[in-house]
Every structure is written in structure tokens, then in C-alpha cells.
Ligand binder design. Structure first.
Ligand SMILES: Cc1ncc(COP(=O)(O)O)c(C=O)c1O
Length: 484
């Protein structure tokens, strides 16, 4: 059990994360259970120093004896170590201590990572010999090679958004693009608007760049555009980060008329929109295509600063292992980002970019095959869930990679813990928000092989049946590096 020296959590912050306690169990036990789930889920990272028993007693209004008993329960379960003089720190128990862990094969429902698109092997084989071309220059660059930028720009143009190559920067994936934009544009304490729920590493990046976050809700049915417009007007955020196509995790798409309204509001208020189109090519059966969101930009010239920055990526549509993405913006913004980029990295590798060029040329056929896989997998997962967990509400997203399932009781974190102990990794609903909401939801990707979908849902259904609010002690420990 290793103890890292981490940050300190105030009693007020911890109480905010803990939320409501289960009224049917002793207070110390309910408290210990909530803290244990926060640690297992990574929302209180291992190494974090927890408030003293006295501080927590004062903040919660509970007796010191209750808090002492809760901390003791956490120590007994291996989630807390206390040292004289340096307080109590959150830890993850060694796997040997896990109760209920099985030797069964691991099933991954935690990452929405589709397999390489069919046809990618042929492209790899064809590019193989051309790889030596990468040896002709330094092999990496800040903006991306011209041929690839031209191909990306052409695709935007073909989809109704005239774009020149100097409006494009090639990045090492969508996450890299988001992080670069956040660190370049935000100054400490700027306000940034995000959706709730949203893709967690986007809010991570914005927070790390110093932003204070405000949220606007999204459900499987879509956006509350009035709320979004009102929040833009009242909070006046410097940035707003939106995923308008096959949103992660809900799968929702923003309607064309709503896009126009949001673009207009943001432009009027001077909010820069970061439009993440990493998932935009994952259509299954949406009957309309409005083209890139930035078509709603109020300004048209490549150099005049549209206020809309678009992020794209090949990770979901083609393969995550490529680590290829891009930013589309006005030329001045691309120059500004290129100027800031070397502080974080020195450029995208040329070898991946050679593959990217070939992929862009073959895009329509590859996307058709991606769509076939997603169609089949969504159908299978939906059927399995409807058969085995009829008490849940299963949405029917028109695209994307996952189902944002609604549970019939708020126990997403407990379910995640129990499943983890049986070899099924999941990400609990609260991970997709900044405030611990969404205990009533779980994201279920349909990207795994069909056999895993079948075994995973059987496990999920068994766990849900077993799960009562008292039976959450069989824990697993999430060791996920990233929630994608
Ligand atoms: C909405 C969204 N944006 C960006 C990313 C990160 O993309 P990449 O793998 O290209 O870095 C993800 C990955 O899950 C995502 O869901």
C-alpha cells in the first residue's frame, strides 16, 4: 500500500463530494461507504490528505466519535492510512486485499474505444514503404504536413465549410487539441461553460488551465438551449466547450436551428466556442447532416476570427492508436496556437501523418464500415439490456459509441465497484460531471466484441440484482488511466 503525498481536501469540499447519506445504515458506516466510493472511483485521488476528524465533525455537524468510527472503518478496509503528525491520506487497497475479486477474464465497458476500422490494415500495408519519406526531414512539425492539412481542409470545404490548409493544425489526437486550446486561451479564473454530463478529460483540461466551470444540462433528448443561452448571457464565459454531434456520453445531437442560436449568442457575447467534433463521424441512423457546426459562424473570412474553434480526430472513426487529430480555426488563431504549442510538445510525428493522408483519401468507405459495426453493436447491446435489465431506461442514440442508461435507483458508483470486483470495468455516471451528479446513470459503450457485450451484460444484471444499498462492500479498485 503506497502513500503518495498529494493535495489536501478541505472538510467543506469533502462534505460537498459526499452528498446525501444512506438513511438506512448507521451514520459512521454510511459516511465511510461514501468516502470509500469516492476513493475507489478516483474522485478523491489516492494520496489526498483528508480533513482531520475534528474538522470533519465540525463541518458535518456529527459527533467526533462518529467520524472517528468512519475513519477507522476506512482504515480497516484499506482505503485510509493515518500517521501521527501527518494526518490521514486516501489510498487504494492492494489488489490482494480485494474481497470478491475473481480470476475471470477482464471485460472493458469503461472505455468507448472501437476496434480499428475495417480496411485500416490495407492502408497500413500500402503506406509501409512510403514511411521512409518520413526520414527526409526532421520527422515532426508544429502545424502538420501540408498534404494532410490540405486533405482535412478539403473535407470541411466539401461538407459546406470553406476551409484553407492554413486554417488547420494537425495534433496528436482530440485531447491534445483541447488541452492546447485551453492552455493557450484561458487565463486563471476565466469562466468556461461545459455540458453536464460531458467527456471528463475536457473538463480536466479546462480546470487545469485555471478555468472556473459552469454547466448546462444535456440529456439523451438533447440540449436545453434556453438554459444554454441564459448561462452564456449570465456567466459570460470566455470559452464554451460543446460536443454537438453524438455527444459523449449521451449520444445526443444538437438540432440545426439550435446550433444557429447558440453560435449567434456566443458571437454576440464574445464567448469562444470550442466545438469538439471527435464523435461527429459516428452516425448510425440520424437522418440529417448539418455539416460542421462552424458553418453557423457569423463571419466567413479565414482570417477574421470566427470565434468558433473546431476539434477533430480520427480516434473514434478510424482508430485511437493513430493519435491523430486537428484544430480548425481562423488563421490568426492557428498561428497563436502554433506559437504556444512548443511549451507542451514539439509537433506531430510525420509517420502518423503519412497514414493520415491515405486515410483521408479513403474516408467515405471507411466510415461506411464503421457505421456497419456500430449499427450491429448498438442493436446487440440494446437487446441484451432490454432483456436482462428491463427496469432500466435504455435510450436509442442515433450515433456515437455508448448508451447513457438510466438506472432505477441512484447507485451507479456502487454498481461500478461491485462489477469491478468481478472483472467488469465500468465508469460510474458521476465521473461525467464536475459535481458528483448522475448517480442514476451509467455509460455503457457498445464498442467491445459481441462476446464481451454478452458476458458483460450478464454480469451487470447479476450485480444489479445483488446490489442493495447494504451490499456495496465487495469492492474493486478502478485503475483506469483514462476515460475515453
Ligand atoms: C468527445 C471527445 N473528445 C475528445 C476525445 C479524445 O480524443 P482522442 O483520442 O483523439 O485524443 C474523446 C475520447 O473519448 C471524446 O469522447
Amino acid at each position: 500500500m503506497s502513500v503518495l503525498s498529494g493535495s489536501r481536501l478541505s472538510a467543506r469540499h469533502l462534505v460537498g463530494l459526499i452528498g446525501d447519506l444512506d438513511p438506512d445504515r448507521p451514520v459512521y458506516d454510511a459516511l465511510a461507504e461514501r468516502v470509500r466510493l469516492l476513493i475507489a472511483d478516483g474522485r478523491v485521488p489516492a494520496g489526498t490528505r483528508l480533513p482531520s476528524e475534528r474538522e470533519l465533525a465540525a463541518q458535518t455537524g456529527r459527533s467526533r466519535t462518529t467520524i472517528v468510527a468512519a475513519y477507522q472503518a476506512l482504515r480497516d478496509a484499506g482505503y485510509l492510512v493515518s500517521q501521527q503528525g501527518s494526518g490521514s491520506r486516501a489510498v487504494l487497497p492492494d489488489s490482494g486485499q480485494l474481497r470478491g475479486a475473481t480470476e475471470a477474464r477482464a471485460i472493458d465497458f469503461a472505455r468507448a474505444v472501437p476496434p480499428p476500422v475495417e480496411g485500416l490494415r490495407d492502408i497500413f500495408a500500402a503506406v509501409g514503404l512510403r514511411m521512409v519519406e518520413a526520414l527526409d526531414g526532421p520527422g515532426f512539425d508544429l502545424l502538420g504536413n501540408v498534404a494532410l492539412r490540405r486533405a482535412i481542409a478539403q473535407r470541411y470545404t466539401d461538407r459546406g465549410l470553406p476551409t484553407t490548409p492554413d486554417q488547420v493544425m494537425v495534433t496528436m489526437g482530440g485531447q491534445h487539441a483541447i488541452s492546447l486550446i485551453a492552455h493557450t486561451l484561458l487565463v486563471r479564473a476565466d469562466i468556461a461553460l461545459i455540458e453536464a454530463p460531458t467527456y471528463p478529460h475536457a473538463y480536466d483540461a479546462l480546470q487545469r488551465a485555471g478555468a472556473r466551470l459552469v454547466t448546462t444540462p444535456v440529456t439523451s433528448e438533447g440540449w436545453d438551449v434556453e438554459h444554454l443561452s441564459d448561462t452564456l448571457a449570465s456567466a459570460r464565459p470566455a470559452l464554451a466547450y460543446l460536443v454537438p454531434d453524438f455527444h459523449n456520453p449521451t449520444g445526443a445531437s444538437m438540432l440545426p436551428e439550435d446550433r444557429a442560436e447558440v453560435a449567434k449568442a456566443a458571437s454576440t457575447l464574445g464567448t469562444t466556442l470550442i466545438i469538439d467534433e471527435t464523435t461527429a463521424d459516428l452516425n448510425i441512423d440520424r437522418t440529417w447532416d448539418d455539416g460542421p457546426f462552424a458553418r453557423h459562424s457569423r463571419r466567413r473570412s479565414p482570417s477574421d476570427g470566427s470565434g468558433i474553434i473546431t476539434v477533430g480526430s480520427l480516434s473514434k472513426s478510424i482508430w485511437g492508436g493513430l493519435r491523430l487529430g486537428w484544430i480548425r480555426a481562423d488563421t490568426a488563431m492557428i498561428r497563436r496556437l502554433a506559437h504556444a504549442r512548443p511549451a507542451g510538445d514539439l509537433g506531430t510525428p510525420q509517420m502518423e501523418q503519412l497514414l493520415g493522408e491515405q486515410i483521408m483519401a479513403a474516408m467515405p468507405g471507411l466510415l461506411q464500415r464503421r457505421r456497419e459495426l456500430l449499427t450491429e453493436h448498438r442493436t446487440v447491446l440494446t437487446r441484451l439490456l432490454e432483456e436482462q435489465l428491463p427496469q432500466w431506461t435504455i435510450p436509442h442514440p442515433e450515433g456515437g459509441l455508448s448508451l447513457w442508461a438510466q438506472l432505477d435507483k441512484p447507485a451507479s458508483s456502487a454498481l461500478t465497484s461491485l462489477c469491478e470486483a468481478h472483472g467488469l470495468s465500468l465508469v460510474a455516471g458521476p465521473k461525467f460531471s464536475i459535481d458528483g451528479a448522475f448517480e442514476r446513470y451509467i455509460r455503457l459503450p457498445f464498442t467491445s466484441p459481441i462476446a464481451d457485450l454478452e458476458d458483460g451484460v450478464a454480469l451487470l444484471a447479476g450485480a444489479w440484482e445483488q446490489l442493495t444499498f447494504r451490499d456495496t462492500t465487495r469492492t474493486g479498485v478502478s485503475r483506469l488511466p483514462a476515460v475515453v
